[in-house]
Design a binder for this molecule. Sequence first.
Ligand code: GDP
Ligand code: IMO
Ligand code: MG
Length: 442
Amino acid sequence: MSVSLIIGGQWGDEGKAKIIDYLARDADYVVRYQGGANAGHTVVVDGKRFAFHLLPSGLLYPKVTCLLGGGMVIDPIALSKEIDGVVAEGIEVKGRILISEQAHLVLPYHVLVDGASEAKLGARSIGTTRKGIAPAYTDKASRRGVRVGDFLRSRSELEQLLTQKIREGNKALRQLGASPLPVGKTVAELLRVKKRLEPMITDTRLTLWSALDKKKDILLEGAQGSLLDIDHGTFPYVTSSNPTVGGAIVGTGLPAHALGRVIGIFKAYCTRVGNGPFPTEDVRKKGDQIRKLGGEYGTTTGRARRCGWFDAVAARTVVRLNGITDVALTKLDVLDTFDDIKVCTSYRCGKKRLEYFPNDVRALERCKPHYEVMPGWKETTNRADRAELPAKAAAYVGFLEELIGCRIDLVSLGPDRNAMIRFSSRRDRGGSGVPLTGDLPG
Ligand code: GDP
Ligand code: IMO
Ligand code: MG
């Protein structure tokens, strides 16, 4: 199969970009399908760090064409700046970036509305990235949004449309007690970036269908993570799109049967940035240690990420939800120095034992994780001369495989492109999922 989907298995920042970069060496297309500049995707090559927000992480390979799919919300000013940044790094972008005309625009007032709404919510805030994501998807759902394809209208028509939208946005800003935008200046800036982006705008569905016909290799790059999915995540503490498998279909226009591998990316532990339930969070010394060793600070906002232990209840739910066929486990090296490592194998919710993740946050808040403790391996895993994992590290990975019911194929041992090991498990389980046992939530 020529289409592989890469999906975040937790609450984002699982190291998706590192895996995309690893797999993109054989790809023809790398395609983002949802989200926007809330994503922060880091690739490290020979010690040099690249952070992508709107651009797909395959851009570092010259033969890869990068598509920004129709399910995205795109801040054109941020995109233009991001393109400037990669060009300054000497990366050739000509003809290599295509933007779907179906994607919606994140306009400057969306960003300000996001910040002002969060400030108004105070202690009940979601902890968004303040990149205008929810306001832009709100306008899309209420059929008020402006699409990337609108950039192709005549200049006078577009100027009129943008002026009207900025005025509407200013009304919303005033209602939130925030300062309005200068209309003329904002429209002028949008018209400037539109000129630059115009040659990249196209019907990316046709590009992908043609690529399918030619049996090209296509990688679909999920942003955020399955537990942040607006339908399947910890609502309302979620993002406003579908990072899960359905989002990839809707957000690209590819047929479902085209999907071959569905690769779930999981960290060897768990993190979350922003608010909302996180059953295996460790707010004590070990959590701080994970944060320090793993450099767990946001790529987009710089915020400290909340840290905790691998949650097999959440992970096995995510495997089922997405039909994950194989898993890449990242950041195993971060656990190298721990004496022992906790893994949550089930939840206790009152008198019930749960093996699957309840989707109601109130139920989730009542759940207490049940842990099993694995011995640490206390060896440096990220060594050039290493072809296999230390036995105790392999036992840890094997235990996770068993718990989540899916083969772990790749294990990442450091930020750099080459710090990767193929893991061959004793079993070849595929992605059938573990049997539904234990009590059902309710
Ligand atoms: P993404 O949003 O899922 O692409 O992940 P981020 O880029 O936001 O965060 C992952 C961070 O971990 C980045 O700084 C990566 O360079 C780094 N990283 C990725 N894989 C590994 C790994 O296996 N080990 C270590 N130590 N760092 C890693
Ligand atoms: P990548 O692609 C981690 C979180 C925010 C907040 C919630 C809603 O790098 O994995 P939003 O700005 O989307 O309205 O915020 O979602 N969030 C992420 N957390 N990684 C991300 O992206 C995220 N994108 C959004 O912190 O809790
Ligand atoms: Mg990230």
